[in-house]
Design a protein around this ligand. Structure first.
Ligand code: PHE
Length: 539
């Protein structure tokens, strides 16, 4: 193609970015929620380089650091400071490490702040990663810790061409396979573009040589016939595949382009192209919580469990943190504090923060993401050839069905039928847990008619109601379709949390441009630890 003539400078101008976000907001739905979140983090003040640990061994000798919260940020902080000789204490409210990195298994008790209690009765080998559930290969910091700590990883299959898409707006409300949506769309679009080229509509943009090369590209890209028509492709699947003897492969007729436009699956089929969602993705074998447990094992008695923070105070020479242990009120003094608690929790802890931090805390809200998991026979594998990946139901309260990557081909597994923002879209109108579970089962039934009844032992985790979290990640609690254009967190509170308040530092995914990712939490922890290291060195 000729070099672009009329384009502006490389990268998006803020006008095009706003326009882009507006279009995204207009589209709405699960994929819009997730695909914009990350973009927003990138929009403001990019500081796009990885944090490398700069703490010389023994450099922290005699320096005491109290770390609040034993999620990924707290764990990384304590682990790295410990390596450099600092003397650390981690205060953790719960009896386990990990924070939002939480794996629900057979026997796990889930208690909400409203009194709802569930106990999982799944087989011991079955689990739900209620919080983080996938590790992108570009998240080198957290993957590096898995390597360093010996946490075995396996592939997390984030997308599969065999997964399904369904909408009432097209295809008689029957599911189609992603391979059809993707490849038939490519075919139709390629045919249209080839037509434009052959009708000389693009002569201004294409040299003679590129004219021919574009046509050749489109023939391959869209699987077009020699006359550049699209008449279906084996890429989209077959009525039946070729077999022995006389059995020849019989292709499906291509889906109609108008129907594909009616269906509007675009955001869902493009999900796998988001930078964070691209293959290869990983998960720890046996559950995501293998990561915090590996850190915690290294830290040993550095972590004090069942020790919720009650007060955060400044002293003339450092910090004093009051915490509970059973009914006993205890306190600890230190030279520095790393506050790795969710901001939602900081909101109700008495403290000596400066006014700018108090305002930032007040102005930060959290989204309540939820997941619903069911134990079931693996009908999706046996009867639908689906091994991992995500199916989508359009315009339904529950729009996402995520198939397990663990223990494929075994008898049963945990199907995630529902993962989104609790306060978003039609799901937010369901007021009872039963109604939510019904919607979850209905999503599976819509995609896999006759199989909804196979689901057993539901578990519903709503992070907005989990004590010591009260939210999943920073964002508006009731996001409307345009809420994701709002960059106010990164323009406001974020900047405050990135700077220490006297001797109190902050860490967590909310202190990174990778919000809602363990990588962000780990990078924020490394940055904070380096800042403390610099200060100690120059003190
Ligand atoms: N990390 C979370 C996930 O894997 C939430 C998230 C989704 C964050 C999409 C950014 C983009 O689902």
């Amino acid at each position: 193609m000729n070099p672009p003539k009329t384009r502006g400078r490389p990268g998006m101008t803020s006008a095009t970015r706003r326009e882009f976000l507006k279009r995204v907001g207009d589209a709405g739905g699960f994929a819009a929620v997730f695909s914009t979140m990350h973009t927003l983090g990138l929009v403001s003040a990019p500081e796009a380089h990885a944090e490398e640990i700069k703490l010389p061994p023994h450099s922290g000798k005699g320096v005491k650091v109290v770390i609040l919260g034993c999620g990924i940020a707290g764990l990384v902080s304590a682990y790295e400071l410990g390596k450099a000789g600092y003397s650390c204490t981690v205060l953790e409210a719960r009896g386990r490490p990990g924070g939002r990195n939480w794996t629900v298994r057979g026997g796990t008790k889930i208690e909400f702040i409203d009194g709802n209690v569930q106990t999982s009765e799944w087989g011991v080998e079955n689990y739900l990663n209620a919080g983080p559930a996938r590790l992108p290969s570009i998240h080198k910091t957290i993957l590096g810790y898995c390597r360093e700590l010996g946490v075995p990883l396996e592939v997390e299959v984030n997308t599969s061409r065999s997964t399904l898409l369904v909408t009432d707006k097209a295809f008689d409300g029957k599911p189609i396979e992603q391979r059809q949506a993707i490849n038939d769309t490519r075919g139709h679009v390629s045919e249209l573009l080839a037509k434009c080229i052959n009708q000389h509509a693009l002569d201004q943009d294409l040299s003679k040589e590129d004219h021919d090369r574009m046509l050749e590209f489109l023939r391959i890209y869209g699987d077009l016939k020699p006359d550049y028509s699209f008449q279906g492709s084996a890429r989209s699947g077959a009525v039946h595949i070729g077999g022995a003897g006389p059995v020849v492969q019989e292709l499906r007729p291509p889906l109609d382009m108008h129907a594909l436009l009616d269906a509007n699956f675009w955001r869902n089929v493009m999900f796998e192209e988001m930078l964070d969602m691209q293959a290869t993705m990983f998960q720890p074998v046996g559950g995501m919580d293998r990561i915090p447990h590996a850190f915690a094992k290294k830290l040993g008695s550095v972590v004090k469990y069942k020790s919720p923070v009650a007060e955060i105070r400044k002293t003339s020479a450092g910090v004093r943190v009051v915490y509970m242990h059973g009914t006993a009120k205890k306190q600890i003094e230190a030279d520095y504090c790393i506050c790795a608690l969710p901001i939602s929790i900081l909101q109700s802890i008495p403290n000596d923060f400066s006014p700018r931090i108090q305002a930032a805390i007040k102005n930060t809200t959290y989204m309540g993401a939820y997941k619903i998991g069911w134990e079931s026979k693996r009908f999706w594998e046996r009867d639908f050839n689906i091994y991992g990946g995500i199916s989508y139901v359009m315009n339904a309260p529950v729009g996402v069905v995520w198939y397990p990557s663990a223990r494929m081909m075994s008898e049963n597994g945990v199907l995630v039928a529902g993962y989104s923002i609790e306060g978003f879209g039609p799901f937010s109108e369901l007021t009872t847990v039963d109604a939510k579970l019904d919607a979850s089962r209905a999503a599976v039934e819509k995609l896999h008619p006759g199989y909804g009844s196979k689901l057993t032992k539901p578990i519903y985790v709503n992070w907005g109601k989990i004590p010591y979290n009260l939210g999943a990640w920073v964002g508006p609690p009731h996001p409307g379709p345009n809420a994701f254009m709002d960059n106010s967190y990164y323009e406001g509170p974020y900047k405050e949390f990135c700077r220490p308040d006297d001797r109190i530092y902050f860490a967590g995914d909310h202190c990174s441009h990778l919000g809602a990712w363990q990588e962000g939490a780990a990078l924020a922890a490394l940055r904070t630890v380096n800042m403390i290291g610099d200060r100690v060195r120059t003190a």
